[in-house]
Ligand binder design. Structure first.
Ligand code: NAD
Length: 248
């Protein structure tokens, strides 16, 4: 058994023209990816905010890179879990599904989801701080030196959005647009503590979307959600998608 799947949510999703799914670290928890704010949300005794910021990179790029190199090495062992697979299936059965993810692990794409807006970037891409652009690099661990260097000799950085940085404007506008058009906004595995990502749920709701949440512990967005499924995404999402398929 698991938490009840509300029939009203199944019907709202089945009949929706557009669905937005806003995901956070919790959707990858069952893949073994640590969340930031749950138990174990520390690295070497430091708060993640202390090693994932432009200031930290300016002060000690090698320290920041040892955090990211560790994270990349851990992530390289992770594969999509039933929550990611269920969302890929949802895209196959409903007309317009957009996943907006705060995760940098690319596990939605690995599961086969195609319309994925990675608003916080990807840990598997590196960007030249000298302005040469960015490229995929999946080596984990990275060979020395840390920080890795571009061919122009400038340090490379992870192509992720750090605390205190703006989101890529065009991508975030696309996410805002999708949220504004959605009939249902499903919020999965996010604490709702990181802005402006959490604002997308508010935009969806303000524009008439049915807001629903899947989170075993609830979040800052629970109170404004019409439906709250208090369960892990890896259990609740496959059951929700099965129920939508059965109702079609
Ligand atoms: P968060 O760590 O702040 O919150 C995680 C949420 O997931 C919590 O509310 C928790 O109750 C919930 N949760 C835990 N296990 C769950 C499960 N099995 N099913 C569903 N929910 C579960 O994460 P956030 O809101 O995504 O914000 C943190 C920031 O950290 C984001 O910007 C994100 O980019 C980054 N981050 C990314 C990853 C990743 O790429 N996988 C991992 C950690 C953090």
């Amino acid at each position: 058994m698991g938490a009840e799947i509300p029939a009203g949510l199944v019907e709202a999703m089945r009949s929706a023209d557009a669905v937005v799914v806003l995901t956070g670290a919790g959707v990858s928890a069952a893949s073994g990816v640590p969340t930031f704010r749950g138990a174990g949300g520390l690295w070497a005794g430091r708060r993640v905010e202390e090693v994932a910021s432009p200031l930290a990179f300016r002060n000690d790029p090698a320290l920041v890179w040892s955090f990211y190199d560790w994270r990349r090495t851990e992530l390289a062992k992770c594969t999509p879990n039933p929550a990611h697979h269920a969302l890929a299936r949802l895209e196959a059965i409903l007309s317009e599904v957009t996943i907006i993810t705060q995760n940098v692990d690319e596990l939605h794409r690995a599961a086969g989801s195609r319309r994925v807006l990675e608003i916080h970037g990807s840990i598997w891409r590196l960007r030249c701080t000298g302005g040469c652009g960015e490229a995929e690099d999946r080596r984990a661990p990275l060979p020395p030196p840390l920080p890795p260097l571009c061919t122009c000799k400038s340090p490379l950085r992870p192509a992720v959005v750090w605390f205190g940085e703006a989101l890529p404007r065009a991508l975030f506008e696309e996410a805002q647009h999708a949220a504004g058009l959605a009939d249902v906004c499903l919020v999965v595995g996010t604490s709702g503590a990181v802005e402006p990502a959490a604002s997308l749920a508010r935009i969806a709701r303000a524009n008439g979307a049915v807001l629903a949440e899947i989170n075993p512990d609830g979040s800052l967005l629970s109170a404004m959600s019409r439906y709250v499924i208090t369960d892990g995404a890896e259990r609740a999402l496959p059951r929700l998608v099965e129920a939508i398929e059965a109702a079609r």
